[in-house]
Ligand binder design. Structure first.
Ligand SMILES: Nc1ncnc2c1ncn2[C@@H]1O[C@H](COP(=O)(O)OP(=O)(O)OP(=O)(O)O)[C@@H](O)[C@H]1O
Length: 598
């Protein structure tokens, strides 16, 4: 049996192969043209090494840092193979399965494949499935059958047991299997689903496993699914630790008391000391709403993203943020809790039960951090520190994607010093103790923070637990209504991104005018300098438009707004449990309110 040369990837990527372009990788001209239309001209290191191997038909395990272009590294050769090798076959099941841990990723990969297929003008059909889809929708999606299936793993056993996918058909048709974000698949509780599926994977099927970090789970999956794979590690995770986070991301931290976190976030945003767009992470949903409510009292609008919101709304919030419709997104990252459950041995049978239970409220297939390709995020802010090093790496990886630059700022309270030290120790170079990769954020002075303290504390008092609870419930109600409309709208206009806003003000009282603007006397000379510096940097990067005034707005048709075109006759074939709860009364209520909400 052929022994795979383990380090081939790194050497090739770093040496003479560095200038290889997509043509030299053997990529089909249609794909190259599609990439050029997307503004992508040269391959990233992982693409340089993975594409030729995958085209040759090798099994590959690819580990490369966040934002390094792993998706195209497998999608491009996969599509090319479907164009040529497997396209013409008379199939009874899809030729390619791409399994991802979350719905958000499902949607992201589906969108990316669909857009490549369209740009290449080839006749390939791709569908996305999630486990909450009713059997009738799954049947419709699988009719044909499609060439490519993008799904969470839980969906496959469901399709098998419902007879929608047959073992014999998979055996005859399946040529490529991709496990994307492999390090997360098991911790999301998919081990049994993947095991159930492996029995049906034909021996000849080419298997690809993509991951940003290495872990026991990745090893487990590797053994379960792959045959003598090529291991591509870029860079070698574990040896070059500072390479785990891209060099183009500057990492900062601010020491502050737990009770001063909102004050600090206010200072950073209100004094314009950070580059937009900004992705803000919290550990709990309540903290997400608390932050939103607090900021909106100062005229800073933001949208919230969390596992409680209906799927259609979540996907739409992501699309809008990516399209530049708003500058601040507050995301609750609770994937850590799931990983902790895994560590505590609560997964598998037990956890599956609790997952089902949890689903009534939170979506266990939600994942806001891993793999989601937030576009043009210049700054990531951790209001609260993630509970683990991996969590930190993945959050920070939402900026500095591919060849872009970014910054991260972590607000660290005394309670969080332990995890912060752990993160620093992991990322730092042990031999040079002073060479910390995470440095203090010098643009925000103590004076600048103190100048806002009085206002912040005053406003902070009004953001009570009750106000947070009410806003959370209100937002959920809004989004359940939005979700149904979005679904109906996107069934008819799948490509249309409309002007439905997710960053509208939740608090009952509008922000007081005197809190909207920061008077000059509150700005000390150092802060004024810092503001100028950030503005100059923004201009140098060509990032001068705020989201609200960005050009992307023009693309959206007013006539396509589902809130304007929606009527009670709209189709109600929702797959979404939350959306189904909508009653006519609430719809009418919404109609009365709809003018306000746009
Ligand atoms: N060759 C390239 N040149 C420029 N941009 C690229 C290239 N390849 C991919 N990108 C862009 O880089 C971004 C990140 O890519 P991708 O999402 O595949 O990263 P990833 O490695 O999967 O990250 P993560 O581990 O966080 O999922 C995307 O916006 C993608 O369009």
């Amino acid at each position: 049996m052929e022994e795979p040369p383990k380090d081939i990837a790194r050497e090739e990527a770093e040496d003479e192969e560095e200038d290889l372009n997509f043509e030299e990788l053997g990529l089909d001209p249609r794909l190259i043209r599609a990439l050029i239309k997307k503004g992508i001209e040269k391959p990233t290191p992982i693409q340089r090494v993975a594409v030729p191997l995958i085209l040759e038909g090798k099994d590959v395990v690819a580990r490369a840092k966040t934002g390094s272009g792993k998706t195209f590294a497998y999608l491009l050769p996969l599509l090319q193979k479907l164009f040529t090798d497997y396209g013409s076959k008379n199939k009874l099941a899809p030729s390619a399965f791409i399994l991802v841990p979350t719905r958000e990723l499902c949607q992201q990969v589906f969108t990316e494949v669909s857009s490549l297929i369209e740009l290449c003008r080839v006749q390939l059909k791709v569908v996305q499935l999630t486990s909450s889809m009713p059997v009738s929708d799954l049947r419709t999606a699988l009719a044909g059958p499609p060439d490519i299936l993008v799904s969470t793993p839980a969906c496959i056993p469901k399709c098998l047991s419902a007879g929608l996918l047959l073992s014999a058909s998979i055996d005859a048709s399946l040529e490529i299997l991709v496990l994307d974000e492999a390090d997360l698949l098991l911790s999301y509780g998919y081990e049994d689903d993947i095991k159930a599926f492996t029995a049906h994977i034909p021996r000849r099927c080419q298997c690809l496993l993509m991951s940003a970090t290495s872990s026991g789970d990745v090893e487990k999956l590797k053994k379960l699914v792959l045959h003598n794979p090529f291991i591509l590690t870029l860079p070698e995770v574990g040896n070059i630790k500072d390479e785990i986070i891209p060099k183009n991301v500057q990492q900062f931290w601010i020491s502050c008391g737990g009770r001063d976190k909102l004050l600090h976030i206010l200072a950073l945003l209100k004094l314009e000391l950070v580059q937009k767009k900004v992705l803000i992470f919290t550990n709990t949903i309540d903290m997400g709403y608390r932050s939103k409510l607090f900021l909106e009292k100062f005229g800073i609008k933001s949208a919230v993203l969390n596992s409680e919101l209906p799927q259609n709304s979540r996907l739409h919030i992501l699309e809008e943020f990516n399209a530049g419709l708003f500058d601040y997104l507050i995301a609750t990252d609770d994937s850590e809790t799931k990983e902790k459950e895994e560590v505590n041995g609560e997964r598998n049978a037990e956890t599956r039960k609790s997952r089902k239970h949890a689903k009534q409220k939170l979506d266990s297939e939600f994942g806001v951090v891993r793999g989601i390709d937030f576009k043009n995020v210049h700054t990531v802010i951790n209001i609260e520190m993630p509970p683990s090093v991996a969590g930190y790496v993945h959050r920070i990886g939402r900026t500095g994607r591919a060849y872009s630059t970014g910054a991260s700022i972590s607000l660290v309270s005394p309670d969080e010093m332990e995890i912060f030290e752990e993160i620093k120790a992991f990322l730092g170079d042990n031999e040079k103790k002073d060479s910390d990769l995470i440095t203090p954020f010098s643009l925000l002075s103590k004076n600048a923070v103190e100048s806002l303290r009085y206002r912040a504390e005053d406003v902070g008092k009004s953001v009570t637990k009750v106000a947070v609870r009410e806003s959370r419930a209100q937002d959920l109600r809004n989004e359940i209504l939005n979700s149904e409309k979005l679904k109906a709208h996107f069934e008819v206009n799948p490509r249309d991104l409309d002007l439905l806003k997710h960053d509208k003000v939740l608090s009952k009282n509008p922000p007081a005018p005197h809190l909207r603007d920061v008077p000059d006397y509150l700005l000390d000379p150092k802060t004024q300098e810092a503001r100028k510096f950030v503005k100059l940097a923004r201009a140098a990067m060509g990032n001068t438009k705020s989201a609200r005034h960005g050009g992307s707005k023009k693309k959206f048709k007013k006539s396509g707004d589902p809130l304007k075109t929606f009527s009670t006759e709209a189709p109600k074939r929702s797959r979404n449990g939350g959306a189904k709860r909508e009653d006519k009364g609430s719809d009418d209520r919404h109609k009365r309110k709809k003018k306000k909400s746009i």
